[in-house]
Design a protein around this ligand. Structure first.
Ligand SMILES: [Mn+2]
Length: 257
């Protein structure tokens, strides 16, 4: 985020930013002499502000902003309600993640009463994909393989598919979640061919496997349920290496149970 040119603010608010590094170098420079208010819900927040308001119980920072506005007796306009609703919707994965608490749903209902339109917002957020994205998704899902009696699913995105769909690699982002929607699945892996000798992987785990630990073996990282890595190998080699490690990890996780 760039500050407006020619400004030298004395007070800077940070929202949803676990650390100062995430906000870019120009902000950091301003922050070196401004007063910083750090409002966030990441438990790992580095508390870089002069004032730190951290609430790991909040599903979205938008909820913390609502509390702040209430505290200051500041009315929430329909535009503000719309933006705050987007924060709640997206941070709960469309009210599907484990952080979809009663409080999140109550706050969403309140924002809807204040003028946020849930149907319209969902359309704007989730139903605006270009058709090239769906074409790419179709080509990639056609390569899907299911192994270990349905516990492991994987698929590939190649540069050839990008050309065929008229898409760019960034459009492959949602494919891993489609793979991860299979009933009974424990581990989903998507292989992305970035170049002849660079393959990226996205991993999702719903079972006992730590996705971050699996990706760490290949120099990557992330969270227990969602992680990734960049592997300096051609696609086919990366597939072989990662699948071997993934099957071992699934085996080790199930023997622990
Ligand atoms: Mn957030």
């Amino acid at each position: 985020m760039e500050p407006p040119a020619g400004t030298d603010p004395e007070l800077v608010f940070f929202f949803d930013s676990g650390n100062l590094e995430r906000s870019g170098s120009s902000v950091k420079q301003i922050a070196s002499h401004a007063t910083i208010v750090n409002i966030d819900h990441h438990p790992s927040n580095s508390r870089f502000g002069d004032i730190n308001v951290i609430d790991p119980e909040a599903s979205a920072v938008g909820q913390m902003v609502m509390e702040l506005l209430d505290h200051l007796d500041y009315p929430i306009t329909p535009t503000m309600a719309t933006n705050l609703y987007v924060a709640l919707l997206t941070d709960t994965g469309g009210f599907r993640h484990e952080n979809t608490t009663p409080r999140a749903l109550e706050d969403a209902a309140r924002l809807a009463r204040l003028g946020a339109d849930p149907g319209h917002i969902a359309t704007q957020v989730y139903k605006m994909r270009p058709e090239t994205t769906l074409k790419l998704s179709g080509l990639a899902l056609a390569t899907m393989r299911i192994e270990l009696e349905g516990r492991l699913a994987w698929a590939k995105v190649t540069r050839r598919m990008l050309r065929e769909a008229g898409a760019v690699m960034a459009e492959s982002e949602g494919i891993i979640d489609t793979l991860n929607s299979i009933a009974g699945l424990e581990l989903a892996i998507l292989f992305k061919e970035v170049s002849t000798d660079l393959t990226k992987i996205s991993v999702r785990s719903r079972g006992g496997v730590d996705a971050a630990a699996l990706c760490a073996t290949f120099g990557g990282g992330g969270h227990i349920r969602a992680a990734g890595a960049e592997i300096q190998r051609p696609m086919d080699e990366a597939v072989r290496l990662v699948l071997t490690a993934a099957k071992e990890a699934i085996g080790a996780a199930s023997s622990k149970r």
